[in-house]
Design a protein around this ligand. Structure first.
Ligand SMILES: Cc1ncc(COP(=O)(O)O)c(C=O)c1O
Length: 466
């Protein structure tokens, strides 16, 4: 029988937390919290959509780890695939060599990807895939006799990774300030947050989509089309709290990119592998980008694996002659990663996970939308199993919280209170304050109800302490 939040371990000590505080540098973490005495939350195991801490307490994994655990935790099929492959060939580089799982996975991804995206360049992470795309478009245009084309356009508040190239493409000033100067020529345009759109466009998604796409064309023209190499776009933007594309927007961006010979990169690090109810959100939204970057859910997070999937057109100059893409990683095409990804895709197919997400996205949305009766809930938006709930001070005017209030609300209260109440998710203020919800794709109504119940309790408390 699984342990529940009531069955906590007796005689528990904080020894692991103390050791973590002494030596483990957690990512994007204010370490002072732990040096000042708070216990480090330590997750020791997972089962289905639940995770368990070292005290035996159970939490619903409302963020799928970090948008990774598509098929849930503790899947023996995935562990077995890793073990089998590690026992056969643990690692061998794909620098001029290949291995069977990498070949098979490349073939499979090419088959699943839209249009002529047939060439797969493996990475170990999403940021590496974005970095690879940034470098590829620069080399491509140099080889095509257009060496001036090197600038890249992305959207405000979008997160694309932390390496210097990917961070340049990232649109979150606070995440970049300590690392400036970054790669020059990384330009930003508005995202598709219709809740914060210019007032006259808020009730007209189509017109807003045209307006937002046209900001990209405008930036290309401002800079000169002969200097712009690529546009990086998440089909549904995560950072800022889930901005789906308005109707017609992605198609219009596609047309603009084609018109000016600019590469369209769909950053699907989150949106691929079932998150939006399709193998790739590009497919669901009916566009064929020139490059797709992906990672996270490809292995359901069991091992690190990422990829850049490239169109035949972009690959063409590398097919013949002496050219090679002078780029790669020791772990690229890792046989264990590829074997787990293949097992994960098998599992997703067997359990018809895309169909399940499509069938359940309506119920997830309507369950979350019950929260609209709370005064703090301004907007609930998203697609598939990917939602952001924007918190506001005044529903009518959409007034948001100032920096101090946001700090008190998110870091001082919400993150911990939600976790203590048994829900792991993310309270985030890289844009306006939001709670992000992206449960494993195996979840159903009982889990949606559990998420709603906990959010309702904790958001009600949050309102009362403001
Ligand atoms: C859209 C997007 N691109 C890139 C990244 C970076 O991926 P990674 O952390 O695997 O480098 C992320 C991570 O969350 C992401 O959401």
């Amino acid at each position: 029988m699984s342990t529940t939040s009531q069955d906590v371990v007796e005689n528990f000590t904080d020894e692991l937390s103390d050791r973590a505080t002494r030596h483990l540098w957690m990512h994007f973490t204010r370490m002072s919290t732990y040096h000042e005495g708070a216990s480090v939350p330590i997750i020791v195991r997972g089962e289905g959509p639940y995770i368990y801490d070292d005290r035996g307490k159970r939490y619903l994994d409302g963020l799928s780890g970090l948008f990774t655990a598509q098929m849930g935790h503790g899947r023996k099929e995935l562990a077995d695939a890793a073990g089998r492959q590690a026992g056969t060939l643990g690692h061998f580089p794909i620098w001029s060599y290949a291995n069977p799982p990498a070949i098979e996975l490349a073939e499979r991804l090419a088959h699943l990807a839209p249009g002529d995206l047939n060439r797969v360049f493996f990475t170990t992470a999403g940021g590496e895939a974005v970095e690879s795309a940034f470098k590829l478009v620069k080399q491509y245009f140099k080889m095509m006799g257009k060496p001036m084309k090197h600038k890249v356009i992305s959207r405000a508040i979008a997160y694309h990774g932390t390496t210097q190239g990917a961070l340049s493409i990232t649109g979150i000033p606070a995440a970049k300030q300590f690392f400036e100067p970054l790669v020059p020529g990384a330009l930003k345009v508005p995202n598709t947050n219709i809740y914060r759109a210019p007032e006259h466009l808020r009730n007209n998604p189509e017109a807003f989509g045209v307006w937002a796409a046209d900001r990209i064309e405008e930036m290309i023209l401002f800079e000169g089309a002969d200097t712009v190499a690529a546009v990086f776009i998440e089909p549904v933007q995560n950072s800022g709290g889930c901005f789906p594309p308005p109707p017609g927007y992605l198609q219009r961006v596609r047309d603009i990119c084609t018109k000016y010979d600019v590469i369209m990169v769909a950053d699907e690090v989150i949106t691929a592998f079932g998150r939006i109810g399709d193998w790739f959100a590009s497919h669901r939204y009916g566009i064929v980008p020139d490059i797709i970057t992906c990672a996270k859910g490809m292995t359901s997070g069991y091992v690190p694996m990422g990829a850049m999937i490239v169109s035949d057109r972009l690959y063409e100059p590398f097919r013949t002659g002496t050219a090679s893409f002078l780029h790669g990683f020791t772990w690229g095409g890792h046989p264990v990663g590829a074997a787990v990804a293949l097992a994960n895709l098998d599992l997703m197919e067997k359990e018809k996970i895309n169909e399940r997400v499509l069938a359940n996205e309506g119920p997830l949305r309507s369950t979350l939308e019950k929260l609209y009766d709370l005064p703090i809930v301004g907007d609930i938006r998203g697609a598939g199993f990917f939602y952001g709930i924007e918190l506001v001070k005044d529903k009518k005017t959409r007034e948001t919280f100032n920096a101090d209030e946001s700090e008190r609300l998110l870091r001082g209260f919400l993150s911990k209170a939600l976790f203590d109440a048994g829900l792991y998710c993310r309270a985030d203020d890289r844009g306006e304050p939001v709670v992000q919800i992206a449960p494993p794709l195996i979840c159903g109504q009982e889990h949606f109800d559990e998420i709603e119940r906990i959010l309702r309790t904790v958001l009600t408390q949050a309102w009362s302490i403001l």
